[in-house]
Design a protein around this ligand. Structure first.
Ligand code: NAD
Length: 521
C-alpha cells in the first residue's frame, strides 16, 4: 500500500522480539480535526491481503484520549458547519463526486488489495457509493421542511429539518467504499459532523475517501476517522456527545450496538446479516435465470449482504441444477487483480474455516454436494483464502448451513412443489434483507411481491439493491431501527424536526387573558 498518508513505522513483531526481525509496516493514521495523525497506541491489527497473506498495513487500536479528541473536534466543528449554507455543503459533494471518479482506479486497487474482490467488482463498490454522493448533491430539496399558512388567525406553522450534531458510522469489511459512502456524505451534507470507524480489515478506502473529502473542501473536524474494534465501538455507543449511530455488519455486533446505543438515547440504524432466497419457477427464462443465480451467488465470493445464497426450485425447475453446476464450474477463481478472475478469495483464514465448516455440516446433516470448492488451489496464490463455487442441494430448513448466513461462495438449493410452499419457506427464515423470483408469469410475480416478507424484492432481478433515491430497506432480523440508510429515510435519520409556530398580526387593544387551551380561530 503506497498511500502517502501512511507513515512507515518500525514495529517489533511480538512473537519474534529480535531486533533483526524488526519489520517496516505502514500504520494507518486516524483523522482528527483535519489532521491525519498516527495513533500513540501500542496495539494494532494487521491488514492482510487475502490473496497473498502479505501485511498491507496496520490498524491501530485507537486510545480513549484520541477517541475523545476526535469527538471534541467533531463537536467543535458542528456550529459553523451547521451554519454553512446548504449550497456550499452541496458544492463540496459535487467536488467529491468528481474526485472519486478521478481516483476510481486507485480506490478499486486498494479495495482489491485489502478486501480481495476483483478489480471490476471493486469499481462497482466505489460506483454504488458514488451514487450516494450524487444524491447528497440534491440535499437542499431532500431536507426541505413544510409550511402551512394561517393555521389560525395570523398564525403560520412550519417545520425545519435540522442536523443532529455529531453522528457516527461503524462499517463492515465487505464494501470498503460503498458503505462509508452510505453514511458520511448524507450525514455531513445535512449539516452534521461525523466520526467514522472503518472495518479493521480494510480501512484503506475510507482513508482515501476522507482525503478526497478534505480535498473537496470539507472543513477540518467535519469528518473524523478513528480505528479499532470492540472497545472503540463501545466508546462510540457510550459517548454522550454522539447523537446517532449508523451500523452495517453482522447481527452479533449490530444488535449489541443497537441495544447499547439506544440505552444511551441515541438513534441507531443497524443493517445486519441476511439469507437471500431466489425462487425459480418452471416458466422462468432458463439462461437468464441461471446466469443471475451464478452471478448473485458467487460474485464477490458470496460476501455481499444481498448475495443470493439460497435457491428454491419450484416444480420442474429442479432439473436445472445440473446446468447451474456447469455455470458455476466455469467461473474463474483467482486473485482479484487477475483480469480473468470472476471471484477472489474470502476475507480471512478464519472466514474460510467457518465457511468450510458450514459446508461440512450441511453434508453431515444430509445435504448433497453438487460442487465442492473447498480444496481449490490457485497457482501463484497458494496461501490465499480461496474457496471455489460450492453448491449444496437437498438442503432443509432445519440445517445449520441454511439457518446461518454463510457469507461465502456457497449456494444452498432447496425444492418446493408450489410457489406457495416456496414463499412459506422464505417467510419462515429469520432474515429479511432480500428475496427474488424468476418467472415469466405476472400472476406469480405479483403474488410473490405481495406475500413475501423481505424488505427488498427482485422480480427477475437477483440483487435488488435500490438506488439512492430509494432507501436500503432490509427487514426482520436484517435490520434494527426504523429509518433506513440513504434516500429520504437516510435524510430523516440524520435530521430532527423543529416545528415553529409564528404569529404576525395587528393585535386589537383591550383583549383579555384567556387561560383556555389555544384552539384555532
Ligand atoms: P462485523 O459485525 O464482524 O463487523 C462490523 C463492524 O463491527 C466492524 O467495524 C467491527 O470492528 C465491529 N464489531 C465487530 N464485532 C463487534 C463487537 N462484538 N462489538 C463491537 N463492535 C464489533 O461484520 P463484518 O464481518 O465486517 O461484515 C459482514 C456482515 O455484514 C455480514 O453479516 C453481512 O450480511 C453484513 N452486511 C450487511 C449489510 C446490510 O446492508 N444489511 C451490508 C453489508 C454487510
Amino acid at each position: 500500500n503506497s498511500h502517502p498518508l501512511y507513515r512507515r513505522r518500525t514495529i517489533l513483531e511480538a512473537s519474534q522480539p529480535s531486533v533483526s526481525l524488526m519489520l517496516m509496516y505502514q500504520r494507518v493514521p486516524n483523522l482528527i480535526g483535519g489532521n491525519f495523525v498516527e495513533s500513540q497506541s501500542f496495539e494494532s491489527i494487521n491488514v492482510i491481503n487475502p490473496a497473498t497473506q502479505q501485511v498491507v498495513s496496520q490498524v491501530p487500536l485507537t486510545t480513549n484520549e484520541e477517541f475523545k479528541a476526535a469527538v471534541s473536534a467533531a463537536k467543535q466543528a458542528f456550529p459553523s458547519w451547521h451554519n454553512t449554507p446548504i449550497t456550499t455543503r452541496q458544492r463540496i459533494m459535487f467536488k467529491l463526486q468528481e474526485l472519486i471518479q478521478r481516483d476510481m482506479d486507485k480506490l478499486a486497487m486498494n479495495i482489491t488489495t485489502e478486501q480481495g474482490k476483483t478489480l471490476k467488482d471493486a469499481q462497482g463498490d466505489v460506483f454504488r457509493g458514488l451514487e450516494v454522493v450524487e444524491h447528497a448533491c440534491g440535499m437542499a430539496t431532500l431536507q426541505m421542511g413544510a409550511f402551512v399558512s394561517n393555521v389560525s388567525n395570523g398564525i403560520d406553522t412550519y417545520s425545519l429539518r435540522e442536523p443532529l450534531g455529531v453522528c457516527a458510522g461503524i462499517c463492515p469489511f465487505n464494501f470498503p467504499a460503498m458503505i462509508p459512502l452510505w453514511m458520511f456524505p448524507v450525514a455531513v451534507t445535512c449539516g452534521n459532523t461525523f466520526i467514522l470507524k472503518p472495518s479493521e480489515k480494510d480501512p484503506g478506502a475510507s482513508m482515501m475517501l476522507a482525503e478526497l473529502a478534505m480535498e473537496a473542501g470539507l472543513p477540518s473536524g467535519v469528518l473524523n476517522i478513528v480505528h479499532g474494534t470492540n472497545d472503540i465501538v463501545n466508546a462510540i455507543c457510550d459517548d454522550d456527545s454522539i447523537r446517532a449511530i449508523s451500523f452495517v455488519g453482522s447481527n452479533t455486533a449490530g444488535m449489541h450496538i443497537y441495544a447499547r446505543g439506544s440505552a444511551k438515547g441515541k438513534r441507531v440504524q443497524s443493517n445486519m446479516g441476511a439469507k437471500n432466497h431466489g425462487i425459480v419457477m418452471p416458466d422462468a427464462n432458463l439462461d437468464a435465470t441461471l446466469n443471475a443465480l451464478a452471478a448473485a451467488g458467487f460474485g464477490a465470493a458470496g460476501q455481499r449482504c444481498m448475495a443470493l445464497s439460497a435457491v428454491i426450485f419450484v416444480g420442474g425447475s429442479k432439473s436445472w441444477e445440473d446446468k447451474l453446476v456447469e455455470r458455476a464450474k466455469a467461473l474463474q477463481v483467482n486473485a482479484g487483480t487477475d483480469p480473468e478472475a470472476d471471484l477472489g478469495p474470502v476475507i480471512s483464514k478464519q472466514a474460510k474455516e467457518r465457511i468450510c465448516r458450514l459446508i461440512q455440516s450441511g453434508v453431515e446433516s444430509g445435504a448433497r454436494l453438487l460442487l465442492d470448492g473447498r480444496n481449490i488451489v490457485v497457482p501463484g496464490y497458494e496461501q490465499g483464502n480461496f474457496i471455489g463455487p460450492t453448491i449444496l442441494t437437498d438442503v432443509k430448513a432445519d440445517m445449520e448451513c441454511y439457518k446461518e448466513e454463510i457469507f461465502g461462495p456457497v449456494l444452498v438449493c432447496m425444492q418446493a412443489d408450489s410457489l406457495e410452499e416456496a414463499i412459506n419457506i422464505i417467510n419462515g427464515n429469520r432474515y429479511g434483507n432480500g428475496a427474488s423470483i424468476f418467472t415469466t408469469s405476472g400472476v406469480a410475480a405479483r403474488k410473490f411481491q405481495n406475500e413475501i416478507e423481505a424488505g427488498q424484492v427482485g422480480i427477475n432481478v437477483p440483487i435488488p439493491v435500490p438506488l439512492p433515491f430509494f432507501s436500503f430497506t432490509g427487514s426482520k432480523a436484517s435490520f434494527a431501527g426504523d429509518l433506513n440508510f440513504y434516500g429520504k429515510a437516510g435524510v430523516q435519520f440524520y435530521t430532527q424536526i423543529k416545528t415553529v409556530t409564528q404569529q404576525w398580526k395587528e393585535f386589537p387593544s383591550g383583549s383579555g387573558v384567556s387561560l383556555a387551551m389555544p384552539t384555532s380561530q
